[in-house]
Ligand binder design. Sequence first.
Ligand SMILES: [Zn+2]
Ligand SMILES: [Zn+2]
Length: 767
Amino acid sequence: MIHAQIRVSGQVQGVGFRPFVFRLAHELGLAGWVRNDNEGVEIAVEGARQQVMRLIERLQSEPPVMARVEKVTHEFADTKGDLRGFSIAASKMGKVQTGIAPDMAICPECLAELFDPADRRYRHPFINCIHCGPRYTLTARMPYDRINTSMAKFTQCAECQHEYDNPDTRRFHAQPNACPKCGPRLKLNNEQWQEIVTGDPIAATAELIRTGHIVAVKGIGGFHLVCDARNDQAVAKLRSGKQRQEKPFAVMVLNRLSASYYAQFPEHEASLLEVSERPIVLMNKSETCDAELADIAPGLSSIGLILPYTPLHYLLFHELLGKPDEKDWLQQASHLALVMTSANPGGEPLVINDMEARDSLTGLANAFLSNDREILHRCDDSILKWQDTAAAFIRRARGYTPRRIILPFSGPSVLACGAWLKNTVCLTRGNEAFVSQHIGDLDHAGARNMLDETVDHLCHILDVKPQVVAHDLHPDFYSTQFAQTYAAEHSLPIYAVQHHHAHIAAICAEHHVNEPVLGLALDGVGLGSDGSAWGGELLLVDGADFKRLGHLAPLTMPGGDRAAREPWRMASSILFDLNRNEEITKRFQTQSGTETVVGMLQRKLNCVPTTSLGRYFDAAAGLLGVNSIQGYEGQAAILLEGLATQYGYVAALTQGFTISADGILDFHALLTELVDCTDAAYGAAIFHATVAEGLTAWVLRATEQNKIIHVALGGGCFLNNILSNLLVKKLSANGLNVLTARQLPPNDGGISFGQASIALQSKNKGV
Ligand SMILES: [Zn+2]
Ligand SMILES: [Zn+2]
């Protein structure tokens, strides 16, 4: 017989961990207690050594689905023999040290109850338990107790309260616990914002969708605009209402079998669809996809699919499928596909309450399916895609926020405010970093407000006061101004961090690499230390310091930022460099302003240089006639990638690039080759192959010269699978340790985390 004190850390509170320990202890015949405390969960047990060891093992091997066990430590002592039975002891809370869990999809047990006519929660749209349901989006502050959530106003009925108090149930301390008697209620409003009181709101919503209407549906992190994805008129109406002509929509399908009707994917991609974080997963379209879903992802080779994740989603599917009563309807294939797009008119942040919905969705939605459970924090759906051996984030939000990332060092709490596009903020506490949900592009007033709200919210739920502030070098960014004001108001030290340095630092920090790293940062644009626009950079990064070893040869952007949205302008600048400016007006005759552009290039007026790899992609797409004006950010590069994938393998052009003695990588020869290329798919393939070859040679030269073995690949361009996979393969084959973004997106969504890491290292060095 022995006594053991066990400590479990990680995401172990609010996820059913104590009842899990309680059941395990009973099963193993151990006496003792379990409780929450500042650092996680503490357990004291007494019993046969073998059984105690089994307990320690099973804490790690079979934790509850929402838990993430990071560490289990234990100490043995001689048994005092004074523990009787096993109990859940009162929490020992001082200062909050643990985080709240992210929002999770409905679990299999709740789903079974939802469709069980004998269950008291039969068809209850707000069913949840300790294994599932909303968390982050309805919590106002810590500790995570019902009183601190938007469920506070719903007093539990006797039956719910009994479950809540009883460690034997799945609803023991499940803060959002509710039933049809005591929980939130659905409400369906028509276009005039009058409540439709007759009949079942779910059936009425389904009928509206079935007849080609658009319904705004309140979910976990905000409203979605929902319509039948197979109904071309409904989709067209949504596109014109959202003023979103080409950008793809995410589509919800019932299950993996149904997904295979619209996409083709290997097993591991299907598993990603099914995780309880329930992200949108970008997958290759099936052959039948475009015939059925013509205007969902026009011109693209991939489609974003997502499975239902709230009870309401499942109820809608059930209704739209004609209320099947077979037990296995949830597993059967169905062609039913619903557009599920964030209700964020004009790129503003997601709408979360009735007032906002009424203000901004009237005229766009034909009805509003809302409810009285308040969403406290906007949280978009996350988006992931599979890259060779691992999944990469395109957008990290619902399901993942506020999961912490452990830093390789500790220090004072840093607030990092990010950059501009796809912005996030990051707050650190000791060696933990918490990156906010996707906030969006800061050119919208709504997104700026959301940044303010998010900083406030993170400080509350983590119970920290920032002691250091970090921001981008760019003085005009709202995030920079926010950081400066915040630091001034609180008298805090402040650090400006170069954009591409932050990209690379983010990757080093998540992989806990503290040695010098060669960073290849490839993205759209970021302000360089020399005041010019950077975007294709080779950096030697050593913690808080970096040196620019090289960059891509600059291209000219006629008309400045506008050239980033109009690839024909980038193509024109290449033609101009080749003394072929007479072709510009002819090639791009459908574009307005060709003569102005020629004039600008001739007189070097408003011609901004850029080293961005993104602009190289644009130039190639413009020259190959793939894309002249981008319907959305990154469209040209995405179309080019699709064509290259379709074409298949092609050898790189060995004469397609040069590397100068001072480290400048120049792809002008490659672009020249594309000027007269008549096969766009071949051109796209040769472009990818040659860019990968050139970048590899560039990196290898620098790793040899600087005796470096770690290479970090950062920046939004690494969301391009061909580029990313080729570089990882080629560089690893040369014995290098290649690091890529895994816990955060490689794009600007990861900048705040990199800034925090650099500020922390600077502060620790006393800089
Ligand atoms: Zn559940
Ligand atoms: Zn109840």
